[in-house]
Design a protein around this ligand. Structure first.
Ligand SMILES: Cc1cc2nc3c(=O)[nH]c(=O)nc-3n(C[C@H](O)[C@H](O)[C@H](O)COP(=O)(O)O)c2cc1C
Length: 301
């Protein structure tokens, strides 16, 4: 018997595998395929204070070993998520729930967090959003702005606060340390990398929004490198994310410093991805002579 359980910010997860925000809706999509109670936790769709229709279509583009999306945080708004979506999920799901919240000003972030935090186990703050009061620059690309939003949300958040970082920065450790000092209890890394494709026949960008976030298997080595760097620079736990598609990827990310691991785009390619990864995890552990997964977190120095 192997032990796959981990402790994330004081919460015990039966295994480290978590569907990433935006790739499992509010759970219903994946519940059609398997019993969600086998998951370590679930990170639900990015939620904003007001409902959002998202960006114009096309907003998904396939790429070799990955995909681009410019969904633009489509969601029904925090009131509906807290009053309807989360209760609906809780009817058949009894593992930890992570709310992923976004905003375009600090006030929006704090109001959204206040409304949702008591309904969930953990709050994941997506700081990849543009700050409308700062020329549209993403909160997560400036250490000062990242720290401001984290410390404001920390004050109103009744649950562990995990900050999800954008990889579109020069040195992710600077942002990670600023978030840690501002009160973050953990970090998720990474969000998508800014990318673009052109339809050469139509002489137009493939995405209506021109640019979008690149994710999927191709980004795995970049995510792994950032997790490794941040693990050496910070003390708080890391949720690894980016290009994970197998149980071995999960173990590799944990060796780099991740306490838990999110699976994103792979759910869109194979809706059974998380279930298969969780089932394969003990087999991979046995092959690698690992009896307790948590002992291998950050073993690479
Ligand atoms: C279609 C789509 C929608 C996403 N929506 C969100 C979101 O609402 N909030 C968020 O923090 N990340 C969102 N992400 C980013 C993922 O959670 C994840 O960080 C990223 O895709 C990298 O992981 P992956 O390579 O396993 O997909 C989205 C990704 C995709 C592909």
């Amino acid at each position: 018997m192997v032990n796959t359980s981990v402790n994330l910010c004081g919460i015990t997860l039966q295994n480290p595998v978590i569907p990433a925000s935006g790739t499992c809706g509010f759970g219903a999509e994946l519940a059609e395929w398997y019993d969600l109670n086998l998951l370590g936790a679930i990170s639900i769709k990015g939620t904003t204070l007001e409902p959002r229709f998202g960006n114009p279509t096309p907003r998904i583009a396939e790429c070799p070993n990955g995909m681009l999306n410019s969904v633009g945080l489509q969601n029904p708004g925090v009131e509906t998520v807290a009053a309807e979506e989360i209760p609906r999920l809780k009817k058949h799901y009894h593992q930890p729930i992570i709310a992923n919240i976004s905003g375009f000003s600090i006030d929006e972030y704090t109001a959204c967090c206040e409304r949702i935090c008591n309904s969930v186990d953990l709050v994941e703050l997506n700081i990849s959003c543009p700050n409308v009061h700062n020329g549209g620059m993403a909160f997560g690309t400036s250490a000062t702005e990242a720290a401001r939003v984290v410390s404001a949300v920390r004050k109103v958040c009744s649950r562990p606060l995990v900050v999800k970082l954008t990889p579109n920065v020069t040195d992710i450790t600077v942002i990670a340390r600023a978030c840690e000092e501002a009160g973050a209890d953990g970090l998720t890394l990474i969000n998508t990398l800014l990318g673009m494709r052109i339809d050469v026949m139509r002489r137009k960008p493939v995405l209506a929004n021109k640019m979008g976030g690149f994710s999927g298997a191709a980004v795995f080595p970049i995510a792994l490198r950032m997790i490794y760097q941040v693990h050496l620079a910070c003390r708080i736990p890391i949720i690894g994310c980016g290009g994970v598609s197998s149980a071995r990827d999960v173990i590799e990310m944990m060796m780099a410093g991740a306490t838990a691991v999110q699976v994103g785009s792979e759910n869109l390619r194979n809706p059974l991805a998380c279930k298969e990864i969780i089932e394969n995890l003990p087999l991979e552990m046995e092959k690698l002579h690992i009896s307790d997964l948590k002992e291998f977190i950050g073993i690479i120095q």
